[in-house]
Structure formats: structure tokens, C-alpha cells
Write a protein that binds this ligand. Structure first.
Ligand SMILES: [Zn+2]
Length: 299
């Protein structure tokens, strides 16, 4: 399933291909995506010019200039936005209009330079939606998503992690604590921080929280540099596959040697997901000598 590095790669690929382009037509299939595309949106998107492409969590946001306003305004709270999720197998790519139509195609946005922006998704867990205004979109997204993982506030992250009795795998998958991390990068970040995925959030000392926060950032940064991981159908916005699947330390490597100690990688189900870890490098009990800060009692 595409996670933050894959979505970021799609966004970076699409940005130069879409910026300044105008949508001249929309075609959509009758098959329903997880959140159905409404036919009425075809007319809203047609004639709109792309102001920019960005990412929030695992969502792709295509900012549009409102063609009905004169002059059109970018970056305004009232500008419309196209929001896309890749689900499990979604591909959002720009191809020459003459390219034969791929199977599992759900949406095709014809652009003014003879290219098409395509959303195909064999398993149909993805979606595309049109929002009338950036303000409406952000109201909805900010209610569901916590901060982005880059430059997280250290104190706020410690509070969020130690404030829960859930295990660390569940904590990292919780999009309200940090946005964009999924199964692959949760496992990789926990290995990098030498923390066992079954440890509870509240068992972590401050230095362990800091280690986890920095590991999340480092793993995601490395994965973006490799254009993400291609498992199943993922490709970037220009159709190229990712390469980070060749650098996994633990994810999907059950029984293979740990890159640090050569012990066998284990796999257990945690937070409803397969969790890969090294039982000898990632201790299940606290190793830190730093005592958790106890609150001073006032009498
Ligand atoms: Zn190990």
C-alpha cells in the first residue's frame, strides 16, 4: 500500500507535469471507487488550471485555480482542490493522450498540452474527490490527520507516545499522532530505533521517544530518496517504480538474517498488521537507564 514516501514521489513527479496545465475534459468509468467520483464534478474540473501539487499524509492534493473567478486566484481559501488517495493499488500518472487506455482506468483528465492525467486502480480502494474550497478540504483533513513527520515537535511527540497504553506499532499507524506512516515504514522505523513493536507507548523514556521520532524521519527521508517502495502495483507519477524495497531491514524479511546481528527476523501480528522485527536488536522491555520523569507532588 502506498505510504508517505510513495505518495511524495508521485507528487514530486506530477508537479512539473501539471503546474500551469488546464484540464480540457474528464472521462470517468462507471465502476465505483472507495469514495465515488460524482459526475457533476466533471464540469467543475473542466476549464480549471492547476496551481500546484502537494501532499498531506498519504493524500495527493492538486490545487486548482478557480476558472470562474476573474482574475483566478491561487492559494486562496476559496480555491478548489482535487484530492486523490492511492488506496492499495492506485496509480496516478501523466501519459501522452495517444497512449492506449490501460485496464482498471477510473478517471482520465485530458490536459491542454496533449497529455492525460490518469487514475487507475485495480483493487479500487483509492479515490478522487473535488472540493469546492481549500478551506472545506482543510477542515476535513485537519480533523483526521496529525502533524507531518518532518520537523515534529519533540515535546508534543513525547506526550503523544507516552500518553497511550497502546503498542508502538499501533501508535505509529495512528494518523492523528503522525501523518503518513503505514505498515512498512512503522516496522522499519521501529527497527532503526531498536524498539520492540509490542512495547507500550507509556513505557517509553524520553530518550526512546526522541530516538523513535528521529528514526521515523530518517527512514522516510531515505525511502523518498529511493522513490519509495514498489510492492504490487505502485509507480511514481511518471510511471517509474520505486527502489526502497531492496533496502528493507525487516519488512517482509521473516526468517531472513537481521542486518545488524544476523539473527532471524520475526513476524507477529500487532495492531491487526504483520509486524516484522529482530527480537534481539529490539528489546521488549525498556533498556534505557533514564527514568521516566515523575511529576513533582504538591501537598
Ligand atoms: Zn538483530
Amino acid at each position: 500500500m502506498p505510504e508517505l514516501p510513495e505518495v511524495e514521489t508521485v507528487v514530486r513527479d506530477l508537479r512539473p507535469l501539471l503546474a500551469g496545465r488546464t484540464v480540457v475534459g474528464v472521462r470517468h468509468s462507471a465502476k465505483k471507487l472507495r469514495r465515488p467520483w460524482r459526475p457533476a464534478w466533471n464540469a467543475r474540473v473542466t476549464g480549471a488550471t492547476v496551481a500546484g501539487v502537494r501532499r498531506r499524509g498519504k493524500w495527493i492534493l492538486v490545487d486548482l485555480l478557480d476558472a470562474k473567478r476573474n482574475p483566478p486566484v491561487a492559494d486562496a481559501p476559496g480555491s478548489p482542490v482535487l484530492r486523490v488517495h492511492l488506496g492499495m493499488t492506485g496509480q496516478f500518472t501523466v501519459v501522452p493522450a495517444a497512449t492506449p487506455e490501460p485496464d482498471h482506468l477510473h478517471l482520465a483528465f485530458a490536459l491542454d498540452n496533449g497529455t492525460d492525467l490518469l487514475l487507475r486502480d485495480p483493487r479500487r480502494f483509492g479515490s478522487a474527490e473535488w472540493f469546492a474550497s481549500r478551506a472545506a478540504l482543510e477542515d476535513e483533513m485537519n480533523a483526521e490527520l496529525g502533524p507531518e513527520p518532518f520537523g515534529l515537535d519533540a515535546a508534543a511527540f513525547r506526550d503523544a507516545v507516552t500518553g497511550t497504553a497502546r503498542n508502538l506499532k499501533a501508535v505509529l499507524l495512528d494518523q492523528t499522532i503522525v501523518a503518513g506512516v503505514g505498515n512498512i515504514y512503522a516496522d522499519e522505523a521501529l527497527f532503526r530505533s531498536k524498539l520492540h513493536p509490542a512495547r507500550t507507548g507509556k513505557s517509553l523514556a524520553a530518550d526512546e521517544c526522541d530516538r523513535l521520532r528521529l528514526a521515523v524521519e530518517a527512514v522516510l527521508t531515505k525511502a523518498i530518496a529511493s522513490r519509495g517502495s514498489t510492492i504490487r502495483d505502485y509507480v511514481g507519477g511518471s510511471g517509474l517504480r520505486g527502489g526502497f524495497q531492496n533496502e528493507f531491514a525487516v519488512y517482509g524479511r521473516t526468517g531472513e538474517p537481521c542486518p545488524t546481528c544476523t539473527g532471524a527476523i520475526a513476524c507477529e501480528r500487532l495492531a491487526g498488521r504483520s509486524s516484522h522485527f529482530c527480537a534481539s536488536c529490539q528489546k521488549s522491555s525498556p533498556q534505557s537507564k533514564t527514568k521516566k520523569a515523575t511529576k513533582a507532588r504538591t501537598v
